[in-house]
Design a protein around this ligand. Structure first.
Ligand SMILES: NC(=O)c1ccc[n+]([C@@H]2O[C@H](COP(=O)([O-])OP(=O)(O)OC[C@H]3O[C@@H](n4cnc5c(N)ncnc54)[C@H](O)[C@@H]3O)[C@@H](O)[C@H]2O)c1
Ligand SMILES: [Zn+2]
Length: 349
């Protein structure tokens, strides 16, 4: 299933076996992590070898700490030593960590080479691999250095989800659910279905993943004309980022955003807009987030302030007037936020 060019997104079963079909270049740097590499690099290598491609495979340690200047430098130097030139291609095989790191390597090597994404986590399939943002972290903060670098193709082999731990699957599901709220009601049903799990029926998962990825791709493409649309992807992230920060990143991103989605639903309901709290509340239970890192809203305020956009000194929230009707508001009062926080505390208890 494909979506609007220039985003060529392929979603199917067994795509790793026919990987070479999507890659024009003949010298390929596969970048993966040890976990995903052990599971899927052999299949990717076989596919490339059979097509007569030359490749090198580089493995980083799994986890956020690999999105570092040190891994970035190591990979670039290794590619030079292995004889890669401007006609190289970089293939990211893994979750969002590998995708962000490999993408920045592709953007930088010899001033930029072809890039392909083969996302293997649900989060990377529906979110991180789409939109062309690449990044590494600095000790001073996450994603502080990077570039926009679009992949030539995003190749999603749905079969790789089978080995994804349930927790990671649920974290990716939060962004998929968010896409449902923003633009595609059917995704909200998919998430509630029994089949929605790592080992679920391939056809069912293919449809859900393709539709969710398409929501992000369409928003990103449309944003090139209509600015601010991309900002709606921040639904649930204003409070989410503050919760992550106050927990010193102990609370996983997906769980923090799940709380943030509920918080946004309460803010909208209290303005007299459509009440989505029952549905978002059910979803929050399904995610099974760790407890809230604090019960005091005051502790979040300084972190919320950091989310203020540069153009205005007001805090911006993405709220829903209804499903598929996001609006960006900058007039949410402290009282509204405190009231919504109390309601969040009740469902989180
Ligand atoms: N570029 C963007 O637009 C964008 C958007 C959202 C998130 N991100 C970034 O994505 C990263 C998070 O991505 P993530 O959640 O995929 O994390 P991740 O890449 O660390 O993957 C999570 C874990 O799952 C393992 N894994 C991945 N696929 C697997 C599979 N099929 N089977 C078994 N194990 C598997 C990985 O080895 C890892 O241990 C963050 O660094 C975040 O900043 C980027
Ligand atoms: Zn997110």
């Amino acid at each position: 299933m494909g979506v609007t060019p220039p985003y060529s997104i392929h979603v199917a079963s067994n795509l790793l076996g026919s990987l070479a079909r999507y890659i024009d270049e003949t010298h390929i740097a596969i970048i993966t992590d040890n976990t995903v590499g052990r599971l899927y690099a052999p299949m990717a290598k076989d596919a490339l070898a059979q097509a007569g491609k030359e490749f090198h495979c580089y493995c980083v340690a799994p986890g956020e700490q690999s999105k570092s200047l040190a891994s970035f430098e190591h990979l670039l130097r290794q590619m030079v030593r292995d004889g890669f030139t401007r006609s190289a291609a970089v293939l990211a095989l893994g979750g969002g960590v590998v995708g962000d790191l490999a993408g920045y390597v592709a953007a930088s090597f010899m001033r930029g080479v072809a890039f392909y994404q083969c996302p293997t986590s649900l989060l990377a399939m529906v979110d991180a691999s789409i939109g062309g943002k690449t990044a590494i972290n600095m000790p001073e903060g996450k994603n502080l250095v990077g570039a926009f670098w679009q992949p030539r193709a995003v190749i999603i082999d749905i079969g790789t989800l089978r080995t994804l731990p349930t927790k990671a699957f649920r974290h990716g599901a939060v962004e998929l659910f968010k896409h449902g709220l923003l633009a595609n009601e059917r995704l909200l049903e998919s998430v509630r279905a029994e089949e929605f799990q790592p080992g679920g029926p391939p056809d069912f998962l293919i449809e859900a993943v393709a539709e969710s990825a398409a929501v992000k791709a369409n928003i990103v493409v449309a944003d090139e004309r209509e600015t601010n649309l991309r900002a709606t992807l921040n639904l649930g992230h204003t409070l989410g980022h503050a919760l992550e920060a106050v927990s010193d990143h102990a609370l996983p991103h997906g769980e923090a955003v799940a709380y943030g989605l509920y918080f946004a639903a309460v803010l909208a309901k209290n303005r007299g807009w459509k009440d989505l709290t029952p549905m978002v509340g059910d979803f929050l239970q399904w995610v099974q987030p760790a407890p809230l890192p604090t019960t005091e809203f005051e502790r979040l305020e300084s972190f919320l302030a950091r989310d203020k956009k540069r153009l205005s000194d007001r805090l911006r929230y993405v709220l829903l007037r209804g499903i598929s009707k996001p609006v960006i508001v900058d007039d949410v009062t402290l009282q509204e936020q405190q009231a919504a926080w109390m309601e969040l505390l009740e469902v989180a208890a």
